[in-house]
Design a protein around this ligand. Structure first.
Ligand code: ATP
Ligand code: MG
Ligand code: MG
Ligand code: MG
Length: 472
């Protein structure tokens, strides 16, 4: 079943059951707490929080999502993309646990000829939250799933919360058993690659209070209404229904891999390392295209930096695969052709997307050339002085003058046997930010505020994500 058909069936199923079809919101979240939309519920947040009265009691959508923290998994696990589409159904104080569970089961197991996805019930494994007896009872006695295919999981896996105070509640997830070729048996609690998580049902029913960290917080009481928020990964279901090994081989991504192999001459399947690189290219080019499509432009901060790092990582991987010239135009073209079916704005906006993407590629290729010279000289100097660590100064210079993301410097230094003084690099980055702040203030007030300079020394921030590595 093609991705487009999976999407159509999803929306039709829930529309026929009284849900209002809501188009995907932009990836640029209309929410100051989020850089990009990571889940289908985000556009509905004000309804869940009770800030806005929902205009309908039930809704369904297929939402574009970006999860940058998953970048390290891309190409290595079979199921994580930085961009993916989350199919969701939502109830705002309307149906609750039993309704959500029944819908999910019906849609997944109804035969393809009758409008469902036709999954075999015996391959579906259920997880419920530790003390959620009610959910387990529904799965066992209303649906008829045998006890041995229901597992209980703790807070990390099966509990959802948002904000303090904010709504929270237990989840129940549906996982698909892909069989022994994907590893040992024992259910999703034991093996999350074989028993791949496809659908998360969140039962939003309590209000949480402040607590220590993410998992240790008190429940203040019941919410005024009980809500449902679910999310199914379209690419994950496509991977199962199309009988392929991983999400990158599904219809909308495989064509990008094929284009990358054509451009590099590296056959998909030639080696583990090159396969990971090809999947990274496919995923990252798609994510970049979707981000530019929604109006993000490459830059050194915020969303722009997310885009820059993802796009530069795609280009860099193409070069590691052997490409020497520009590659973006052709890869982009394939993404726009396939994703344009679902998102026609990609087609109407093609010119603008191309202009932005090609400019970034040109800038990066130039930077790579200039930066590589600086790096090579620095590496030679470091080595001849008997050192093994590239200085924070050099990493900062590469970032500042050539836009080298730190993970690129890390990888290129590692290829020559050196590590990098990351703390030093971050200190300099912080100093630069503070300087910019102080300068802006000086412009306003007419004199420099020196206090900003003094705060600099101590801080070491976390990088948002790392990894330019082909091998690990
Ligand atoms: P996992 O445990 O596999 O990382 P998750 O628990 O983080 O998934 P949820 O936050 O529950 O995922 O999101 C709901 C659904 O969205 C998941 O069940 C999955 O089908 C899909 N999904 C989540 N993250 C990704 C991703 N990075 N790429 C593709 N699909 C995803
Ligand atoms: Mg995850
Ligand atoms: Mg999970
Ligand atoms: Mg989950």
């Amino acid at each position: 079943m093609e991705s487009a058909e999976i999407r159509r069936r999803w929306l039709r199923f829930f529309e026929e059951r009284g849900h209002t079809v809501v188009p995907s919101a932009s990836l640029i979240a209309d929410d100051p707490t989020l850089l990009l939309v990571p889940a289908g519920m985000v556009p509905f947040k004000p309804y869940f929080l009770g800030e806005v009265k929902p205009p309908f009691p039930r809704a369904t959508s297929v939402q574009k999502c970006v999860r940058t923290p998953d970048i390290e998994e891309v190409g290595k696990t079979t199921r994580h993309g930085t961009f993916f589409q989350m199919c969701g159904n939502f109830s705002f104080g309307d149906y609750f646990k039993e309704g959500a569970i029944k819908y999910a089961w019906e849609l997944l197991t109804t035969p393809v000829a009758d409008g469902g996805y036709g999954l075999e019930p015996e391959k579906l494994w259920i997880t419920v939250y530790l003390d959620d007896d009610e959910a387990e009872r529904i799965w066992r006695h209303v649906i008829g799933v045998p006890a041995q295919r229901i597992q209980r999981l703790g807070k990390t896996e099966n509990y959802w919360s948002m904000g303090v105070p904010g709504p929270c509640g237990p989840c129940s997830e549906i996982n698909y058993d892909r069989g022994p070729e994907f590893g040992v048996e024992g259910g999703p609690a034991v093996n999350d690659e074989r028993y791949v998580e496809i659908w998360n049902l969140v039962f939003m029913q309590y209000e949480r209070g402040a607590g220590e960290g993410k998992e240790d917080f008190p429940i203040l009481g019941d919410l005024p209404s009980q809500n449902i928020d679910t999310g199914l990964g379209l690419e994950r279901l496509a991977m199962i229904l199309q009988g392929v090994q991983n999400m990158y081989e599904t219809d909308t991504l495989r064509v990008v891999i094929d284009k990358a192999t054509e451009l590099t001459g590296v056959r998909y399947g030639a080696s583990q390392n090159t396969d990971v690189a090809l999947r990274v290219v496919a995923d990252h080019m798609r994510t970049s295209t979707m981000l530019i499509g929604d109006g993000v432009t490459p830059g050194n901060e915020g969303r722009g930096y997310v885009l820059r790092r993802i796009m530069r990582r795609a280009i860099r991987n193409m070069r590691l695969l052997g490409a020497t010239g520009p590659v973006v135009a052709e890869l982009l073209n394939v993404v726009i052709r396939t994703m344009g079916q679902q998102y026609p704005e990609l087609l109407t906006d093609r010119q603008r997307i191309e202009t932005v993407a090609l400019a970034e590629e040109a800038a990066f290729l130039k930077a790579l050339k200039g930066g590589t010279n600086i790096l090579d000289t620095a590496v030679t100097e470091t080595k001849s002085a008997g050192g093994t660590v590239l200085s924070g100064d050099k990493a900062f210079l590469l970032h500042d003058t050539w836009g080298f993301p730190i993970d690129l410097t890390l990888e290129m230094a590692a290829e020559q046997g050196l590590s990098v003084d990351e703390d030093g690099f971050r200190r300099l980055m912080k100093e630069q930010r503070e300087r910019a702040k102080a300068d802006a203030k000086a412009k306003k007030t007419g004199h420099a505020d020196l206090s900003a300079y003094r705060e600099v020394a101590d801080s070491v921030g976390e990088t948002e994500f790392t990894g330019y590595t082909l091998t690990e």
